[in-house]
Design a protein. Structure first.
Length: 161
């Protein structure tokens, strides 16, 4: 894995293009969570269609990141296609999903249950870490949503309990 602070954005762009070439039969999904001092939100881009949600202002960035992944999985459950690659810029969220035995976040457990349900229906879902702010198109959608404040104000998503 490359260190974002010492790696030029073009390197990540090339790695991403190579990854997309290797997994060209998988539909890319981009997820992101965001937090300001007063608001929390998340966004999902599936097939170049962005969606954004305002979340409970007390939630953490990790909860926002996991919520974005959860929402992405819920959205694809009704689609005819069954092969997806979820790109997230949150190493913490991806680690929570890959190491659930380490006292993981409750939402990560919900995601893992949803993943099992999707896999039982022959879905193939990959997860991939992708650094933000390196000029990759799907992540650019999410950054644009954040800049326009749509990510924090567009839709209200009910609190998950």
């Amino acid at each position: 894995m490359h260190d974002k602070s010492t790696t030029a954005p073009i390197v990540f762009q090339q790695i991403f293009l190579y990854h997309r070439h290797q997994y060209n039969t998988y539909i890319p999904i981009f997820t992101d969570g965001s937090k300001t001092t007063t608001r929390v939100g998340c966004g999902v881009v599936i097939a170049d269609v962005p969606s954004s949600f305002q979340l409970n202002a007390l939630w953490s960035v990790l909860t926002a990141e996991l919520t974005a992944i959860f929402l992405a999985l819920e959205r694809i459950s009704d689609l005819l296609k069954h092969k997806f690659c979820i790109y997230s810029d949150s190493k913490s969220a991806l680690e929570a999903l890959s190491h659930p035995q380490n006292g993981t976040h409750p939402l990560a457990l919900d995601i893992l249950c949803l993943l099992q349900s999707l896999k039982a229906r022959d879905f193939k879902i990959l997860f991939c870490w992708l650094p933000g702010h390196v000029g990759i198109q799907g992540m650019n959608w999410l950054i644009l949503l954040q800049r326009q404040q749509l990510l924090l104000f567009n839709n209200h998503f009910p609190t998950l309990t």
